[in-house]
Design a protein. Structure first.
Length: 241
């Protein structure tokens, strides 16, 4: 395909595939190669149509989809921009797709174990002392809640997830941090369910202590054992019914 470099935008010119899908793929490719970046102002609808060799209607439909996915930000009277990533968008299409997938218990286990193992490995390798201090502070919130005999599953699950989010941040890897946040959104209902069944939160707290201790020591062997025990316990309380 030929490229259109008008005004510095190297959009591909449409030739064969569905026009709307083509426009979306064009944006995806340019974002992946960093030729379009968050905050970039886009040309108007008419110019985009000319650059890509599609109708304005196709551009309009594609832009609706990109806006729904949070890729673009339309500012009335000020133009259309590539959206800047937020910590959490109101709608995650992939999250919805995962929720609707009829996955087996084994697949759930493998997904969580694979991601969390990678997260903790990078925390041990990359975390600063300040990151480790933050992990301790966040963990202490769960300690305090359990010590005060908090029983609200939603409250305990929120503190549990806050600890895992701090782990994600401590990886010093923005891509993995975001993926882990996404995975935690996916598993939030099951984490909350484990607190409903366990009642006191004492066992979850013990598992968190083991993970934290191994991370503070930067001991990968201990961390791996702690993670496996934590996931097996989650499996026992939720997956195996």
């Amino acid at each position: 395909m030929n490229a259109s470099w008008e005004k510095g935008y190297p959009f591909q010119v449409h030739q064969r595939e569905s026009a709307v899908e083509f426009v979306i793929k064009n944006f995806k490719d340019l974002l992946a190669t960093k030729q379009l970046k968050p905050g970039d102002r886009l040309p108007g609808e008419h110019s985009l149509a000319q650059m890509m060799g599609v109708s304005r209607g196709s551009i309009r439909e594609a832009m609706k989809i990109l806006k729904a996915f949070g890729v673009i930000d339309v500012k009335q009277g000020n133009g259309t921009y590539i959206a800047k990533p937020s910590a959490k968008s109101w709608f995650e299409p992939l999250l919805f797709e995962l929720i609707c997938t009829e996955a087996s218990a084994r697949e759930f286990m493998e997904l969580r174990e694979t991601v969390e193992t990678g997260v903790v490995k990078l925390v041990i390798r990359n975390a600063s002392e300040k990151d480790l201090e933050e992990l301790v502070l966040v963990h202490n919130k769960l300690e305090e809640a359990v010590r005060s005999k908090a029983t609200d599953p939603a409250e305990l699950a929120a503190l549990d997830i806050e600890f895992h989010l701090a782990l994600g941040k401590a990886t010093k890897n923005a891509l993995l941090e975001r993926i882990y946040r996404f995975i935690l959104d996916f598993f939030t209902p099951t984490i909350e369910k484990t607190y409903e069944r366990e009642k006191t939160g004492q066992n979850a707290l013990r598992l968190h202590r083991n993970i934290l201790a191994s991370v503070l020591e930067r001991n990968w062997e201990k961390a791996l054992a702690a993670l496996r025990e934590s996931i097996e316990e989650w499996k026992r309380l939720f997956v195996e019914e």
